[in-house]
Ligand binder design. Structure first.
Ligand SMILES: *Cc1c(COP(=O)(O)O)cnc(C)c1O
Length: 358
């Protein structure tokens, strides 16, 4: 009975489940391995002791946080919108622009939320396949042709791409923004701190361009749920019309602000992880039958025989990595988040033990 009342396009969806199992090392969700710096934890302790004022609603406009972010990127505060994770911005952008049956175009494989949120909105997702034989290379001409043919309302480009690690050049992003001027072009830069390259300076030039950033990866705050968009003021204003009231808690606004102001600390951690990524790649190169896709992010995708068995066996040993058993393009791949040196060494030891004993 309930099912019959549900919108037809939602009946086949299943809830997203993230596995909460005991683990020794968590390298499955591209989170940072680092805790908040002690200086920030001390400030938070003071804030709680003083009385955090959580009985009062938060600032609905996240004014201080948006000012800080805008200053960093040399844009205006009214060009920044803060969301409950960049996931909420993905959902809000689709809600604003995509009506029933309208097309949302993205390369595949990529982050699954573009497709899921399009389905939730009643839109039509269109995946343009990447070339697996050529490191999941992004073919700009082919992609622009697909966007035009489908008359896409919204285009998603995850850059660097999750889970392949591939980075589209800024020249190509600019070409897409210019040539697909009847579509909203969303560049999801969840991992851009690890490349480093950003399309944010281009939003001044292209009013149809939106760049998404998150505090969940390089900025240590996956648990606090905070992300933001940078775009021209018009897109920002449209998103604000449908943004849920008080979407960012006062606690999250405060913590995100504190973390963002510690740019030097953050840069050190980012550089540390970039160095570890190089080491992890070099170590994995020694495994036979393993192909490593070049990565510009804080994870590495590899192609390996018996990927799902390896993933299960690692899990038994308390090491979580990401596998893709239900995706025909990725079912022979696993994705490993770059951790600390100690974590990576334990992963490598167990990984080699498993593949050498098959
Ligand atoms: C992790 C990730 C995000 C971040 O989502 P939040 O809601 O900000 O935690 C966004 N896009 C991609 C591609 C990601 O992998």
């Amino acid at each position: 009975m309930i099912r019959d009342l549900v919108r037809p396009e939602l009946q086949k969806l299943v809830p997203y489940v993230s596995h909460q199992i005991p683990y020794r090392i968590k390298l499955d969700a591209n989170e940072s391995p680092f805790e908040l710096p002690e200086s920030i934890r001390k400030k938070l302790a003071d804030y709680f002791l003083k009385g955090p004022g959580l009985n009062i609603y938060p600032d609905n406009e996240s004014v201080e946080l948006r000012k800080t972010i805008a200053k960093h990127w040399n844009v205006e505060p009214d060009e920044v919108v803060v969301g409950t994770g960049s996931n909420q911005l993905i959902q809000m952008i689709i809600t604003v622009f995509v009506g029933t049956g309208e097309k949302v175009v993205y390369p595949w494989p990529t982050f699954s939320m573009y497709k899921i949120n399009t389905l939730i909105a009643g839109g039509a997702p269109v995946a343009v396949p990447l070339d697996k034989e050529r490191d999941f290379l992004f073919d700009t001409d082919e992609f622009i042709a697909a966007v035009k043919k489908e008359k896409a309302k919204v285009v998603f480009l995850c850059n660097p791409n999750n889970p392949t690690g591939y980075l589209i050049s800024l020249e190509d992003i600019e070409r897409i923004a210019k040539e697909c001027n009847n579509s909203i072009i969303v560049v999801d830069e969840a991992y851009a701190e690890f490349c480093p390259q950003s399309a944010i300076p281009l939003v001044k030039k292209y009013e149809n361009l939106v760049v998404l950033r998150t505090f969940s990866k390089a900025y240590l705050l996956a648990g606090a749920r905070c992300g933001y968009s940078v775009s021209g003021p018009e897109i920002a204003n449209e998103i604000n019309k449908i943004r849920p009231t008080y979407n960012i808690s006062s606690l999250t606004q405060l913590i995100a602000q504190m973390v963002f102001e510690e740019q030097n600390e953050m840069q050190k951690m980012i550089q540390y992880l970039i160095d570890r990524r190089g080491e992890l790649e070099a170590a994995l190169k020694k495994a036979k039958d393993v192909y490593i896709y070049p990565s510009c992010a804080n994870y590495i995708l590899i192609k390996v025989p018996r990927a799902e068995e390896i993933s299960k066996e690692l899990e038994k040993r308390g090491i979580l990595i990401r596998s893709f058993p239900n995706d025909p393009m990725l079912c022979d791949c696993i994705r490993i988040t770059v951790g600390t040196k100690e974590q990576n060494d334990i992963f490598l030891e167990e990984f080699f033990d498993i593949i050498n004993n098959f």
